[in-house]
Design a protein around this ligand. Sequence first.
Ligand code: NAP
Length: 243
Amino acid sequence: MLKNKTVVITGAAKGIGRATALRFAKEGSNIVLNYRSSVPDELIKEIEANGVKCLAVKADIGSFEDAGILINSAFNEFKSIDVLVNNAGITKDNIILRMSEEDFDSVIQTNLKGTFNTIKHAAKIMLKQKSGSIINLSSVVGLCGNTGQLNYAASKAGVIGITRSIAKELASRSITCNAIAPGFIQTEMTNVLSDKLKDEILAGIPLKRFGQSDEVAELAVFLAKNKYITGQVIAIDGGMSMA
Ligand code: NAP
């Protein structure tokens, strides 16, 4: 079902994005792998070992122009954009009294504006195709809020707003848009947290373990295959956000 489809994944050099790129490649999809700083050659080789093509595009998705270059490069190479996974994201944590305006703005710029930027460029291609699947990485923090993460929470709650609005706007052309809201997934983003904080988080996870990038990647593939789920926010968090 995803064989020979074009899948664009932002921030895919590591973490959840990397796992997602590899998982879609296993389905036979051609991968457009966006990165900001660098991408290891081995990752591109590992993706292509599935018999698919991989186009690596350097772009800062917080830049409207760069996002356009990413989407247009993908379309020029593969002549379609079937799945867009807005995965790139950053954190710059601090409590309100210590959070700088720059740290607020840069998190919003990457996580929220970046999601707008890629969708804005990809939507016209998907509208012409009359098909497509957009998957946005939100977070349980966007649903519940979190001490020391007001910028991140605002960006990820905003991503949910974009997701539901785009789902409504594009549904008539058979384009779906959903959000994934992970809890604590073991990646470089979460590895920087102190052991004390990790223990506190673990205590609040009913399934009593952290999640893995592969588990999120599996959900992204599921959402890309399903044509009747749209406008939803799927938490993948070991039960962390249960009321
Ligand atoms: P990660 O390991 O820190 O990887 C993030 C990736 O995004 C990196 O490859 C990074 O590239 C890239 N990136 C950052 N800013 C970018 C930009 N402006 N343009 C292009 N690429 C950019 O993070 P992760 O844990 O895999 O998280 C992936 C997504 O899931 C994020 O949106 C995150 O908010 C969300 N999420 C993660 C968790 C979790 O527990 N890990 C929980 C909830 C939600 P560079 O290395 O070059 O900067």
